[in-house]
Design a protein around this ligand. Structure first.
Ligand code: NOJ
Length: 690
């Protein structure tokens, strides 16, 4: 016998009732009625299933937790009660893709009681939104589960179906998250990072990820059998997967669901499942655009290390500060400014000194010079993932940066996956994964230490984003995918589909410091600056048109948006550069208009300061004619559209610079027709006609 609980009779928590002889089945339904989560204790096991408009999204899939020394929750479980709640509130982001975020959901917290062994219970809390669901485990305070708990397995499964198309990066390989996204039937995938994106044969889309990853290890997907994944938690070196203390709550496991692919992007469930801002006044966290001594090193124009072409010199930094001030950028990133870069810095994380500038870099003078020009230095802490070395200097390092007026620091953890250095209580080196519980906690130690000095963090080689920017608004951006740098030296460089893929995969997690805006699209064809520092392979180049580089400022969201190329390359193309100067990095609203995973995507975003709308669209190898609805503009109102589009004969490979810049009058509510070249794009700024 199956019993459906209605909100009325389930309003109270049912305590330690005798185990019912029948399976209990409960439901929670999204506010629009389309998504149904079903939870049951059938067969003594906890499981859930998800459907959308009556179609199965997640087949009945197991839930549970196993501990090293305590009795866990796997079999012999019975639903002992449930509470329900609903929410419909709107909260404001200090910065973001949209200022106002609506959190509308229905919730059920289901209590599972063990019917065998010591008396104990766990709660699984489910929230159903119109754009997906989240659930997490909560272990309440109870006699059988006290003190330190070691989780050896989380039994959460995701029955996605073996024929379902899956877009993912592998989770157990050396380069962390930095792989070209793969496409395969889910039944052929062994392991995957999240967000992982799926399309059922019916065309229904969904994505699996997690929210609020705090004091827990990161979840990836491991194949149990074809089309059925288990939550794979990264383990400690020589230890369990999670070390915690009862009572505790797990991160939220999330499943975004939408008929159209863009529906996955137009969903705020990851942010809504995070806790509100804990930092109080964060007016010092300032979104903005920046330039930096960065690409020059990636294309072997300069070096991070000292020597004749050292990048981070006082004179070169002044040149960038002047360029930033003249062109309206708020920050100048400087890499290679401190002691530790000489030699094999990849493997010498012990040598980095975070308070000792190189002799040819006047940190204090440059900090003052930048501020006199209305610009700030952006700091850089490359750690080579030697966490012990970094944490021993971190407080002093942030003190120094605060003193010289730095408000944003890019951190870096270059090292193979599984090679982050921790010293144990006996001083022995242990090696942890970039997505381990140790690193999850390390990043928050950094973010909290930085917040004390009013400094924001942009982490490279990070742990993936799970929406913690809501709780810690100074954790502004991260990398965590292949960025622009792969086009300087990556083998192979990012393919033409890369950015239209990121929009539907990595970007579901949160902002990315992709660093767009390369104008010299064949950087490795330039003559070397010195014979002993040769350029890279000429086939390493951005595989995009110039117009696509501009479109990326609207397509790939980051509150810290870099203009990544050298100043001289912008000065050589002032008309195209105008768009980068005009576009904003902080938004009042954002809408993903149309797109298909890895093929094309178009976004409209409204600037938070200017209230002007911008549009960006990109395509893969395939040229495309798009007819984009101008439904985001005020209906019937006229706008001057400043359009940067691919020229008629543009092609990323053979003619990447062919670009038409033109102005047109368009009307809100009508459509905008545009042709994108092979790996091309379009960028538009709309100015209301008064
Ligand atoms: C890799 C980062 O992604 C890149 O941006 C940085 O320049 C290098 N590490 C050096 O820290």
């Amino acid at each position: 016998m199956t019993k459906i609980w209605t909100p009325m009779i389930a309003a109270a928590v049912v305590g330690w009732a005798a185990a019912p002889a029948y399976a209990e089945t409960l439901e929670v339904i999204s506010p629009d009625g389309k998504i149904i989560v079903t939870v049951t204790d059938d067969g003594g096991q906890a499981s859930y299933a998800v459907s959308f408009e009556g179609e199965e999204v997640i087949a009945p899939s197991k839930l549970g937790l196993i501990f090293a020394e305590h009795p866990g929750f796997e079999r012999g479980l019975a639903i002992a009660g449930a509470t329900r709640a609903s929410n419909d509130t709107t909260w404001e982001q200090p910065w973001g893709e949209r200022r106002l975020v609506r959190d509308q959901h229905n919730e059920i917290a289901v209590i599972f009681r063990a019917t065998q062994g010591p008396a104990r219970q766990m709660t699984v809390r489910f929230r159903a939104f119109d754009t997906g669901i989240g659930f997490r485990y909560e272990l309440p305070d109870q006699a059988a589960l006290q003190g330190d708990i070691a989780i050896v397995d989380e039994l959460t499964q995701f029955g996605v179906g073996d024929k379902t198309t899956m877009w993912y990066t592998p989770s157990d390989e050396f380069n962390r998250y930095e792989y070209v996204t793969r496409t395969a039937p889910a039944g052929e995938v062994d392991d995957a990072h999240t967000p992982a994106t799926f399309r059922k044969e019916s065309g229904l889309h969904f994505a699996i990820h997690e929210a609020a990853l705090v004091d827990y290890s990161s979840m990836s997907l491991g194949a149990l059998r074809a089309g059925n994944f288990e939550a794979k938690l990264r383990n400690w070196s020589g230890g369990p997967k999670v070390k915690t203390t009862a009572p505790f709550k797990s991160p939220w496991r999330t499943i975004q669901v939408a008929r159209q692919a863009v529906g996955l992007i137009n969903s705020d469930i990851i942010l809504n499942l995070n806790e509100p801002n804990t930092l109080g006044d964060v007016s010092w966290v300032e979104p903005g655009k920046y330039v930096g001594i960065w690409w020059a090193m990636h294309i072997n124009e300069k070096t991070w290390g000292s020597g004749p072409i050292h990048g981070a010199t006082t004179a070169e930094t002044k040149r960038y500060i002047d360029f930033a001030a003249e062109n309206g950028f708020s920050g100048v990133l400087v890499e290679g400014w401190n002691i530790g870069w000489d030699g094999d810095w990849f493997n010498n994380g012990d040598l980095f000194r975070f308070t000792e500038p190189m002799p040819d870099f006047d940190l204090e003078g440059l900090g003052r010079y930048a501020q006199s020009k209305g610009v700030r230095l952006i700091g850089h802490h490359e750690t080579s993932a030697n966490i012990a070395n970094y944490e021993s200097q971190m407080e002093a390092a942030f003190d120094l940066y605060e003193k010289v007026g730095v408000r944003q620091v890019k951190t870096g953890y270059v090292a193979d996956a599984g090679d982050a250095v921790r010293l144990d209580q006996d001083g022995v080196r242990r090696y942890e994964w970039h997505d381990s519980q140790f690193m999850v906690s390390h990043h928050l130690r950094v973010v909290e230490a930085a917040a004390k000095r009013k400094i924001a963090i942009n982490a490279h080689e990070p742990v993936k984003d799970t929406g913690l920017r809501r709780t810690y608004p100074n954790w502004m951006a991260r990398e965590g995918a292949r960025g622009m740098e792969f086009n300087a030296w990556g083998t192979p460089p990012n393919p033409p589909s890369h950015e239209a893929m990121l929009a539907f995969t990595r970007m579901l997690a949160g902002p990315m410091d992709f660093t767009p805006g390369i104008f010299d699209l064949k950087p490795n064809e330039r003559a070397p600056v010195r014979a002993d520092v040769p350029r890279g392979n000429p086939s390493n180049r951005p595989q995009t048109t110039l117009a696509k580089q501009l479109a990326l400022y609207v397509v790939l969201y980051s509150p810290l948006q870099m203009a990544a190329d050298l100043p001289e390359n912008y000065e050589a193309r002032p008309e195209a550069f105008q768009f980068i100067k005009d576009v904003e990095a902080d938004w009042e609203q954002s809408i993903a208009l149309v797109g298909e995973v890895g093929e094309y995507v178009a976004f409209a975003r409204q600037g938070r300061k200017s209230k002007e709308w911008f549009l960006g669209a990109v395509t893969d190898e395939e040229p495309r004619d798009l007819l984009l609805p101008l439904s985001f503009l005020e209906k019937g109102k006229q706008y001057r559209a400043q359009i940067y589009r691919d020229g008629a004969d543009a092609h990323w490979d053979t003619n990447p610079y062919a670009m038409v810049i033109e102005e047109d009058i368009v009307t809100g509510g009508k459509s905008f027709a545009v042709r994108l070249a092979s790996s091309g794009g379009v960028a538009v700024r709309f100015i209301p006609v008064e």
